[in-house]
Design a binder for this molecule. Structure first.
Ligand code: MN9
Length: 292
């Protein structure tokens, strides 16, 4: 298994005019990310609109990204679903494709008990034999994994770490402190520097798709203990993110990537497409800061 850490984009899924997955642009976006110097890929996560894809499309995305990356960076397949069997199906496919690890959001919607959620994770690792990264994103999943639940999972050697998309840095720090050898990946890009200070080994995020350099820089500055430098670069990223959030992360990011010569298309309904005017207002406001 390749070492997982550093700056890992949660890759977006480009769509063609007819709404289908745009394979050519997905390959181009993967290469674009590699050229930015990213250390890995998180495939079919929230940013990839995984829950808006059919099973067949999701498999196609795993395959396309992994075949494009080859051995040039680590690849993590997000396999999370409400159904354990469906998640296992994706995890087995990721194993076949030689992904480095799988990751899964907690099963959501039905308010499963902690016991049921623990079983879901253990069933996935038992079935696929792959290292697993817990995906903790309570704001979207509605499932708050407790400190104790996360520790129970991390005690298993097959559970290699957490993608921590939450702003409770006290909890992040406690987890890292309890399991210093497990990988902690920050989830909210706007809090990347806070995550680094709280013990993260890097991050997984959507805005890395177009401004990975800023996060790579924050990691370098952290290594040099240059806190003011970290603040300055995080501030640049946050000026962009504050604008982006007005339009929605996926639709807005796709409009930004279009200005870099990619053709990302619109996000899938029920996300609404941005108007040409909205795209222009957003990109005029943020692209100079991204390129800074
Ligand atoms: O987990 C991403 N979360 C989602 C990572 O896509 C829901 C983040 O990268 C956020 O998109 C980003 C903006 O809030 O921090």
């Amino acid at each position: 298994m390749k070492k997982i850490g550093g700056v890992i984009p949660a890759i977006f899924t480009p769509f063609a005019k007819d709404g289908s997955v745009n394979t050519e642009q997905l390959i181009k976006l993967t290469e674009f990310n590699l050229a930015q110097g990213v250390s890995g890929f998180y495939v079919n996560g929230s940013s990839g609109e995984a829950f808006l894809l059919t099973d067949e499309e999701r498999r196609h995305v795993y395959k396309t990204v992994k075949e494009t990356v080859g051995d040039r960076a680590s690849c993590i397949a997000h396999v999370g679903c409400i159904s354990t069997a469906q998640a296992i199906g994706f995890a087995k496919y990721a194993a076949e494709l030689k992904y480095d690890a799988v990751s899964a959001v907690a099963p959501f919607y039905y308010k499963f008990s902690a016991k049921e959620i623990m079983k879901y994770y253990f069933d996935i690792v038992d079935a696929c034999g792959m290292p697993l990264l817990i995906y903790n994103i309570p704001a979207l999943s509605g499932v708050e994994l407790s400190f104790d639940d996360i520790c129970t999972l991390l005690k298993d050697e097959r559970v290699i770490g957490v993608k921590y998309t939450a702003s409770d840095f006290f909890k992040m720090q406690r987890i890292k402190n309890a399991f210093p050898d497990k990988v902690m990946l920050n989830g909210y890009d706007e809090m990347f520097a806070c995550g680094m200070i709280s013990g993260a080994d890097g991050g997984i995020g959507s805005t890395y798709n177009f401004m990975a350099a800023k996060y790579i820089r924050i990691m370098e500055l952290f290594a040099k203990k240059d806190i003011e430098g970290m603040q300055a670069v995080q501030n640049e990223a946050n000026i962009v993110i504050a604008e982006l959030l007005k339009y929605g992360v996926m639709p807005g990011s796709k409009a930004i990537l279009d200005t870099f010569g990619l053709d990302m298309g619109d996000s899938r309904p029920p996300f609404s497409a941005l108007t040409c005017e909205q795209k222009k207002t957003l990109t005029d406001a943020v692209v100079p800061m991204i390129k800074k």
